[in-house]
Design a protein around this ligand. Sequence first.
Ligand SMILES: [Zn+2]
Length: 398
Amino acid sequence: MWFRDEKDLIAVAKAKILDNFPFAYGILSKLEIKVIDRDDTVGYVNYKGEIKISKRIFEENEGEDVINFLSYLLAHNALHFALKHPHRDNGDPLFHIACDVVVANMLKWRLPTITFHNYILQDYITPVGDNCFYVTDANGRKIFIENVHVKSAEQIYEELKNEGFAVPASYFLPKLDEDDIPQGDVKPYIEKADEALYYGANFHRRIRGDLPGELEELVKARMDVEVPFDKFIEQFIKRAIIGKKNDWTKPHYKSGILKVFIPAKKGEKSHKGVVAVDTSGSITKSNLEEFWGVVKKLVERFRLDLTLITCDVKITDVEKLKKKLPNERTFVGRGGTDFRPVFEKAEELKAKFLIFLTDGYGLFPSEPPRIPTLWVTPPDVFFDPPFGSVVKIKKVKS
Ligand SMILES: [Zn+2]
């Protein structure tokens, strides 16, 4: 064995998670891992996103067993955090069991489930087909829970409680260290959890092409309108622009700063994209104001090289945007919407991405286009397009 210490083992466990479940790896990469000297727990995650794992794991297991156990434990706790379970904890062990059902549904068949001689981990939560589980209580009663992917931990908790679920005596919550007890403003940590979940989803999409349907639904249900808008746009643009091949013949512009050779990305210069604004009759004046605010942000904050296309049933204007934009702009609105000419034009312009500001009512191309597409909609619109990602403009709090 080449592993020297706990650090090595954690690194290998992380690699195993990356290989089996990039979603969990993405989340985990945003969190800290601490090894603690406690034997009343195998590990847990606190509200700050610190995963604490007990030394026991390294002392009581060896070889593959440690790797399997660690990878399961790390992924398990990373998911707890991203789903904000520590922030919603009501102190009832049954709530944690409900949270464990949610997490087990995401991990099932992705990482080997662990039933160790030294620990009983989740052997009472048994998957039975798609998004369904049996949860066995202290009296051996099996309670059936279905559609786990669209249920919150609170809903599952209620279901178990209504069934009179008896919590097994062997099941207890770890005692919290002093720094695990929330103090002061916890909002930054809640945001950290949202961002981690979001990052995990994007990371998975980048590596595997897309997110499995049930996770997509889960992420949607958990995030809904609380998407950090700017972060989302940043991720989208990075995904569209970066991710190109390394060019080892030229140094990356950051090489000088970091004093080490970093290969340039082939064809890196282009940040060229298209931002399209739907000006059709269904778009209100305040929607258009919001849209222009987004365009301004894309140009001035994200420094994108953009061509603006306005459209309704056809393209009404194509304009290369300057680096600085006026605060207001008038658009002329008309009848219906056809998205298709915009996709054709974007292709003609060899744009790297397309950001479409619309309420979503319009005609789509019959085949999903190759160009990465981000649909940006007003805050209260529900829109489920056949391709691309969607983000809602955040409601400005008054
Ligand atoms: Zn748990």
